[in-house]
Design a protein around this ligand. Sequence first.
Ligand code: FEO
Ligand code: CA
Ligand code: CA
Length: 654
Amino acid sequence: MFGNGDEPPSNRSANAHIQDVVDAGRRKVLAGGAALGALAFLGGLPAMAGTAEPASVGAGLPFQRRSRLPFGAVSVTRADTVTVPAGYTAKAFIAWGTPICGSYPAYLEDASNSAHDQAQQTGMHHDGMHFFPIDAKFKGRKSDHGMLALNHEYIDAPLLHRNGPTVVNGKRVDADEVRKEINAHGVSIVEIRRNVRGDWAVLPSARNRRITGATPMRIEGPARGHDLMKTRYSPSGTSARGTLNNCANGHTPWGTYLTCEENWAGYFSSRDAELPRHLQRYGVRSTSRYGWETVQGDEFQRFDATQTAEDARADYRNEPNTFGWIVEIDPFDPDATPVKHTALGRFAHEGLVFAPVKPGWPVVCYSGDDSQNEYIYKYVSRDKYRPQRSDGSLLDEGTLYVARFNPDGSGNWLALDIDDAGFQQACATAGVDFVDQGDVMVNTRIAADVVGATKMDRPEWGAVHPDTGEVYFTLTNNSARQDADAANPRAPNLYGHIIRWREAGRNHAGTRFNWDLYLLAGPEGDSRDPRGKPLNDENILASPDGLWFDAEGRLWIQTDMSGSQLSSGPFGNNQMLVSDPRTGETKRFLVGPQGAEVTGITATPDFRTLFVNIQHPGEGSSATEYTSTWPDGPGRRPRSATVIISRDDGGRVL
Ligand code: FEO
Ligand code: CA
Ligand code: CA
C-alpha cells in the first residue's frame, strides 16, 4: 500500500477526523489554520503536496504490517509498583541516597544524612540519563560495563529531611539543611557492571562523581565574559556555581553527557521594583521556591538577584543569567570542569537531542523550552564534525534558530543571530535592541519573540529517528492555550500531543522543514493514534514527556501527568509506551508507582538492559505520611530510583 517515499494512506480519513474533532465540541478550534493542522496530522497533506518535497514526513521507511511490539500491553493501573509486561522484570537501582563516591556514607532510613553525605550519594528526583559503554571513547559498544550519568531534577523538601524543612518566620534557618537541598540537585555519574546473571552493581570507582548545585563550572560561547554574566563570584563573567533543575538530557557524538537547566527561575528572587528583561521574561519573582537566599553566607545569598551594590561585580543581580543553559560533562573524567554552553541559548531547556552526525558536516541539535507557549530551537555548529577530533567547542560557535510551524505543514527555522539581516530587520521592526550576540543568547526568549516563532504547548523531549532523521517532540499539555493553531490544535490542550518534522532535503542544517502531528494524547473520545484512530485500552495516555528512539526506530513515550489527571483520570499512574512509526502500533509497556512521573530512558547497546527512571513516587507526601512507599515497601519513605528492565529469558528487551 505504501510506495517509496509516499505518505501513509490516511488522507481519506482526514475529513472524518476533522469532523470527529468538531463533533467533540471544538468547532472554533478548527477554524482556519487549525483545520489544516488536523489534515497534516492525518498525513494527507494536500498543502504539502505543492512543496519542493511532497508528502515527506513519516515516509522515510517502507510501511510494515508486521508487529515489532511482541508483548502484552500493560493495563492502566494505580498499583504502587512498577508494572511491566509478562516475561519482563523491573528492579529498582541507585535510589535517592545510594552512596556512590567519597567515603560512601550509608543511606539513613530517617533521612538524617548530612549535606556532606548527600554530596556523596545519588541526588533526589532522577530524570534524564544516558549509558556510556566503558569503551565509548574508542567507539566501543560494551554492554556489561559502563558509566551511567543521570540528572536529579528537583527535591521534595518534606522527604529530603528527617522532619521536613525548618522554616522560621518565613526564613530558612538551617544552613546545612539548605546545603543538603543544593547537593541533592545536579547529576550523578556511576560506573556500573552487569554480572553473568544479568544483575547490575555500582563499582567503587574513582570515576564516580556527584555534580551538584554548587559545583564550579566554566562558561563558554557568546555570553562568556559578558557584562550580564559578571557576579561577585566571577567578576570576569567566565565561571559559575552549580547546575539546577536538571531535566531530560542529551549526549554528544564525542561521548560526553549533557544536562539541561529547566525550571531554574524559581530558585531566585529579586526585590527590585522593576526587573530587567533578562529576569522578567524568564519569570524571576520576589520570592523563591525554596527560600535558599534567606540563609546568611555567600553560597546562599547568591540566589538573591536584588541589586545591592553599585556594580554587578559586587552583588548577584546577574546570578540568574548563569542558569538556563546546556551543561556538558565528561563522564569519564571526574576532574573535568563542566561547561555551560551559551551558544545553545538560555531558556527552560528540557533536553538536547542531536541529528545523526556526518563527517565534514555541521553538528545539529534540537532543544525545547518547556513552558507554556514557549518555543522549539535548533543549533547548527559553524565548524564541521570530525570523528575522534571534535569536542565541545563545536557547541560554542554556531547559529541558534527557532521554529515557526506554518499552517500548511511547512516550517521555517529563524536565525537568532545578530549578524543575520533577517534578524536585524525583525529587531528594528519590533523596536528591540541587542548589544551583541551574548545579549541575544542571555535573552533568547525575547529574540525568539521578535522573529515570530510559534508558541508551542510546552515542548518537552525530542528524539531523532535513527534511520529517517525525522525529529519527534512531545508537547506535554497547555492549559493556558487560548487560540488553537495548526501545530497546537486544541485550546486548551489538556492532554498533549507529539509533533514531528523532516528537514527539507534531509539537510538538518537547513532552514526549511515539513511537519505533521504524530499522535494526539487523551482518552478514547479525544485522541488519535498514529494511524488516525482513537487511542484505546492498550494505549490511552496523557501529558507525554520523555521521548526516545531505540536503535531499531521504535519510539518510547513516557508520561508526566499531575493533579486530577493523575489522581482520578482514566489513565491510571504515569506510564511508558512504545510506538512503532512504521506501523503506527502503540502499546503501554510500563506503569509506574503512585504519584510518580516516568522519565529518563537509556539502554545498553545489546538492548538486554533498559534503564528507566521513576521520579517523585509519593509526590505530596509529608515527612511522616507517605502516599507511596515505592521502592522499599510498606512503612518506608518513597524514593526516586532508576529501574532496570530485562527479559526473564535474558534476551533483548525488544
Ligand atoms: Fe522537567 Fe519539562 O520536565
Ligand atoms: Ca520532563
Ligand atoms: Ca513534564
